[in-house]
Design a protein around this ligand. Structure first.
Ligand code: BES
Ligand code: MN
Ligand code: MN
Length: 456
């Protein structure tokens, strides 16, 4: 394997330069003003896949953003790994909170700061470079396919159709994704599950127009106050979600499973200090690891209404709104939870207002097996490159494609993430440690090596 390390060492600067070039495309999927940048990012990846030696590289159109495909089939009798990643990123706002511009990657303290540095351009691009390394050192031990999409951050709405229409093309033995986090370089871990998601927008409407708050205030219900009360009622005094039926389908873990989960290193004081909070909050009866891994939750993502401009305006707003999401755990279904929320929110609306609930996207939760050949290959790869076996963990985020791959293609996934929870995903000053980037590029060929040999 030393020739692999030598090749990486000799090409380090170029591997960084290419990632920086990719990070300069503001490929924000949520905002149509970036459509061209999204397309340019897709073309860039296609070009780099080709340059690395992939065959049949295509930028496949969808009703939304294109999917980049490429493959290297060395021997039809050998196993095939399908690498999934995404080149779209979250909006960079609020811009004023970034220390350096989000689409001008900047290195500080050994870390690359840019939107998408970790989620997921940096992690996805490790696979493109690992593939180049394997090609150049003639060490690719199995077939490999790439499917890099551009709508993950907006719910992968066009992916379903693409996957169902391209079953042959995507046929593989396992899916490999680097779009999650590990505990640290000293404590490597592998995520063995992801939460699902149900995302809605609510609107509370009162009077037929904005009113003078002195002339009408006190006589007409204020939609902002009503919305705040309704939202506050969604958790009880123990911070359980109050929606009837919300927990009905939740798969409870055994005491042994919970114990194992809580073995992962976690320092509550460090956690609080990093976030700048004096106390943690959460569902009574569960640890922080459990609250963010195996329990469903409800969060307000945004809330607005009335006057929010400079200075003061005395107004009783006609309406108020919020974006609300729920994270789901195995056995819960996104469509069922969306329905339960909708019914409950309509039920608790007082007569003074009308409410409108509009579902956005969703995604199903997933668990990945830890007794599979692919998981063992990931364990061995990490042990070999980090000198320490990975700790299995549950991830709190969502990657809806994982459940979709299983449903449509019967494929299991390995989540071999190299990010850190503190990488500021979706936040200002997103970063990715250069050390993690190269550790990933070094570990991925080891995964392929072990997967190929364990599959024999
Ligand atoms: N890469 C993240 C998911 C993630 C992050 C999983 C950290 C585990 C640890 C992904 O890009 C993401 O942000 N997904 C969205 C869901 C999507 C439907 C918008 C999420 O989790 O909010
Ligand atoms: Mn991601
Ligand atoms: Mn994301």
């Amino acid at each position: 394997m030393s020739h692999i390390k030598d090749y990486i060492e000799a090409n380090k600067q170029r591997f960084l330069d290419e990632l920086f070039e990719l990070l300069r495309f503001p490929s924000v999927s949520a905002d149509s003003k970036y459509k061209n940048d999204v397309l340019n990012a897709a073309d860039y990846i296609a070009e780099k896949l080709k340059a690395a030696g992939a065959d049949n590289v295509e930028v496949c159109p969808t009703a939304g953003n294109p999917i980049v495909y490429g493959e290297k089939i060395i021997d039809a009798t050998k196993p095939t790994v399908l690498v999934y990643g995404h080149y779209d990123v979250q909006p960079p706002e609020p811009l004023e909170l970034w220390n350096t511009p989000p689409f001008e990657p900047t290195v500080r303290d050994g870390k690359i700061f840019a939107r998408g540095a970790c989620d997921d351009k940096g992690q996805m691009y490790m696979h493109v470079k690992a593939f180049e390394v394997m090609q150049q050192t003639e060490s690719l031990p199995c077939n490999i396919k790439f499917m890099i999409e551009g709508e993950e951050e907006v719910g992968s709405e066009n992916l379903d159709l693409f996957v169902r229409a391209n079953k042959e093309k995507l046929a593989a033995d396992v899916v490999l994704i680097s779009d999650t986090a590990m505990i640290s370089l000293e404590n490597p871990s592998l995520e063995t599950g992801l939460r699902g998601l149900s995302y809605l927008e609510v609107e509370v409407v009162g009077p037929n127009r904005d009113l003078h708050s002195g002339v009408y205030g006190g006589a007409v219900a204020n939609p902002a106050t009503i919305l705040a009360k309704m939202i506050a009622s969604l958790h009880d005094e123990n911070n359980h979600v109050t929606i009837p039926g919300f927990y009905d389908d939740v798969l409870e873990l055994s005491e042994e499973e919970r114990k194992a989960l809580n073995q992962a290193p976690f320092d509550e004081n460090d956690y609080k200090a990093d976030l700048g909070v004096d106390e943690l909050w959460g569902e009574k009866g569960y640890t922080t690891i459990e609250r963010t891994g195996i329990r469903p939750t409800l969060e307000v993502n945004g809330i607005w209404g009335g006057y929010i401009g400079e200075g003061a305006k005395t107004v009783l707003p006609a309406k108020a709104s919020a974006k609300i999401s729920m994270r789901l755990v195995p056995n819960q279904q996104s469509a069922v939870i969306t329905k339960l929320f909708q019914q409950h929110f309509e039920n608790i609306a007082p007569k003074y207002v009308k409410v409108k609930v509009t579902p956005h996207h969703g995604g199903e939760p997933a668990v990945t097996p830890t007794d599979s050949v692919a998981y063992q290959a990931a364990e061995k790869a990490i042990e070999e490159s980090f000198g320490k076996a990975p700790i299995p963990c549950r991830g709190g985020g969502s990657i809806p494609i994982v459940a979709l791959f299983e449903k449509e293609l019967g494929l299991k996934t390995v989540l071999m993430g190299f990010g850190l929870d503190s990488d500021n995903l979706h936040s200002p000053n997103e970063k990715f440690d250069i050390a993690n980037y190269f550790k990933g590029i070094e570990t991925i060929p080891l995964f392929h090596k072990h997967f190929a040999s364990l599959s024999k």
